[in-house]
Design a protein around this ligand. Sequence first.
Ligand SMILES: NC(=O)c1ccc[n+]([C@@H]2O[C@H](COP(=O)([O-])OP(=O)(O)OC[C@H]3O[C@@H](n4cnc5c(N)ncnc54)[C@H](O)[C@@H]3O)[C@@H](O)[C@H]2O)c1
Length: 269
Amino acid sequence: MSHNLLQGKKGIIFGALDEQSIAWKTAESVCAQGGKIVLTNAPVALRMGTINALAEKLEAPVIAADATKLEDLENLVDQTLAHFGGKIDFVLHSIGMSVNVRKGKHYTDLNHDWMAKGWDVSAVSFHKLMQTLYKKDAMNEWGSIVALSYIAAQRTFPNYNDMADNKAYLESIARSFGYFMGKDKKVRVNTISQSPTLTTAGQGVKGLDGFLTYAEKTSPLGNATAKECADYTVTLFSDLTRKVTLQNLYHDGGFSNVGVSQDVIDALQ
Ligand SMILES: NC(=O)c1ccc[n+]([C@@H]2O[C@H](COP(=O)([O-])OP(=O)(O)OC[C@H]3O[C@@H](n4cnc5c(N)ncnc54)[C@H](O)[C@@H]3O)[C@@H](O)[C@H]2O)c1
């Protein structure tokens, strides 16, 4: 159902790899609400993924950018501003990757070069992106920037590995840069802490099935889907949330505030 919440708004969506991606669903939801988008992903993901099918459907250009490279981000922002003929209103950072998770390295035996790479991709890229937007004065006032996080930033989930540390850092960057984005540009910055979701990145985490079932049984409303996350993001891009900033917003069916649920107790007895 469309309410045209994003009519007249333009922005960039990072991280649509395939139909399961949270960014893919967000691109669809944003366009269904009247928004116009530029899609972007790392060059290697553009070769492997199916983003062109999405781009065709949504009539959106695809501009390659490795989010760890400032020159790629600068080119992306320049090309986006030229494409729209003016500034943008929203950006979704939906990027995560841990080499240690990919290669099955245990947290007590991390390869620290891989740790630094995952940190750069999953957290520092958010700073690089906002610094590029800030310096180029690329955002309209009352614009909105969202990045996706996970509750392992606050609580221990052993198999989430070094991604937990990356998410804690990501959330901190949202607050630190969000201050200057608010003061100087009147742009808001938030992270959404999403339920475990079956996606390519999600499937990399050992024991994701167990995560999903446990969270489902714990959350009074059940796990939030990728499509529901997309719809929540639309509200944060809309003019209905102009004074929400520097927040880590849980979108998890209530999981984050439950101690233990009766369903989990019953399953253990
Ligand atoms: N799936 C989950 O359970 C879950 C839960 C909470 C938060 N998240 C977060 O949601 C976001 C999106 O992940 P997803 O689950 O949709 O998986 P996904 O695998 O579909 O998306 C991850 C994206 O990151 C992109 N990426 C990796 N390296 C990049 C780089 N150097 N430059 C640009 N892009 C790069 C990938 O190409 C991919 O499109 C991530 O931040 C993830 O941590 C996922």
